[in-house]
Write a protein that binds this ligand. Structure first.
Ligand code: SAM
Ligand code: MD0
Ligand code: SF4
Length: 348
């Protein structure tokens, strides 16, 4: 089928198959790529109107015992690290809620101090945030043991984010050195079994082919209500510093194809790759969540971009509101987002 045929069928609710995903992700000429983005926007608008959800990002511990080849925070990288205490995390989450952010994403490296004793420290922090702050909570703690999910759900975790990065197993082994591919899949499944919504994600530019990305797109929907793509940003002093990456248009194409494959899932536009300047193109490719909103002056870091746009306030909620306004889009209220989360949890 030609590209117009694939897009037309997707717009009529017929979805896309793996061959279609490959075809669309291989598009190069600007006119066809803009048609792809337009179709993705149309499906996004049909499902979510002009409403966008806003996620605040609290990277509360940058300690990590893993050695992911792509990551600035890998154990062997000699960088300054921090670990925020419970009260500080609660205060940060509260100020995000007060500035009309819909969810707080509590993210950490695989910090041994947080993982010790059945993840008791992490569970304690989630529970303290849940008692004090009335917006949904996402946790991004890396792989945690199956037994921890019950306690995390009880403590108030609404979402569990754990990204596969790629569905190419041999590439996974080179990226997430000494980690299990199946353990990551199983962790998301355990979360869902415990009534927690799950997010999966991939990176573009980590040595993946277009065919890898098409395969990943088709497989990452399983059981997840949120799916994402981020362009790999090489990190100085890490093994992949000089291994190259791809242009961000590849990420935008994945966002659009994810939208065609999963019209009603949440798909982030992350500020963590290109900062505020990258927001509009991601929304224009069919994303409907802004992630990695980080308040200035709180001593918080990003992941792929550890400091881009943070202290200047360009990753703040106010800057995001201005951008949404200029696009005719609107931030959802906390009531709207909480209702969405409740409905999705009910249908798990
Ligand atoms: N430590 C936890 C984990 O690995 O699951 C959660 C936080 S981790 C820093 C979140 C995600 O950031 C990773 O899964 C990866 O997709 C993304 N990431 C890390 N380094 C990146 C980089 N240099 N460029 C783009 N994305 C990156
Ligand atoms: C983001 N920096 O949303 C964050 C992070 C973890 N759940 C998310 C990668 O871009
Ligand atoms: Fe640690 Fe997560 Fe970075 Fe891997 S991606 S090194 S687990 S912080």
């Amino acid at each position: 089928m030609d590209v117009d045929g694939i897009l037309g069928r997707a717009l009529e609710g017929g979805g896309i198959g793996g061959d279609d995903a490959l075809r669309l992700l291989s598009l190069e000429d600007p006119a066809s790529v803009s048609k792809l983005f337009a179709a993705a926007r149309e499906l996004r608008d049909a499902n979510f109107g002009n409403r966008v959800f806003l996620y605040g990002f609290v990277y509360f511990s940058t300690y990590c015992g893993n050695e992911c080849a792509f990551c600035h925070y890998r154990r062997q990288h000699p960088i300054a690290r921090y670990r925020k205490g419970r009260e500080e995390v609660v205060a940060l989450a509260g100020s995000l809620m007060d500035s009309d952010i819909n969810l707080v994403d509590l993210t950490m490296g695989e910090d041994p101090a947080m993982h010790a004793d059945g993840c008791s420290e992490l569970i304690d922090i989630v529970s303290a945030v849940d008692s004090a702050v009335d917006i949904p909570i996402m946790v991004s703690p890396g792989v945690v043991p199956r037994e921890a999910f019950g306690a995390l759900a009880e403590a108030g975790a609404d979402w569990y984010a754990c990204y596969q990065e790629t569905y190419n197993r041999s590439l996974f082994g080179r990226l997430r050195v000494n980690q299990g591919f199946d353990a990551r899949v199983a962790a998301r499944e355990s979360a869902v079994e415990h009534g927690i919504l799950a997010e999966d994600g991939i990176m573009a530019g980590v040595g993946d082919t277009v065919a890898d990305r098409a395969d990943s797109v088709m497989r990452m929907g399983a059981g997840c209500d949120q799916v994402r793509a981020m362009t790999f940003v090489p990190q100085e002093g890490t093994p992949m510093w000089e291994s190259g990456t791809v242009g961000t248009v590849e990420e935008l194409k994945v966002v659009a194809v994810l939208r065609l494959a999963y019209p009603d899932k949440l798909i982030p536009a992350s500020l963590d790759v290109e900062g505020l300047g990258g927001l509009r193109p991601r929304l224009d490719a069919g994303a409907n969540v802004v992630t990695s909103i980080v308040p200035p002056k709180a001593g918080l870091a990003g992941v792929a971009q550890k400091d881009l746009d943070i202290e200047s306030g360009k990753r703040s909620v106010r800057a995001v509101f201005e951008c949404l306004d200029s696009m005719g889009m609107k931030a959802a209220s906390n009531a709207e987002y909480s209702r969405f989360v409740k409905e999705r949890k009910a249908s798990l």
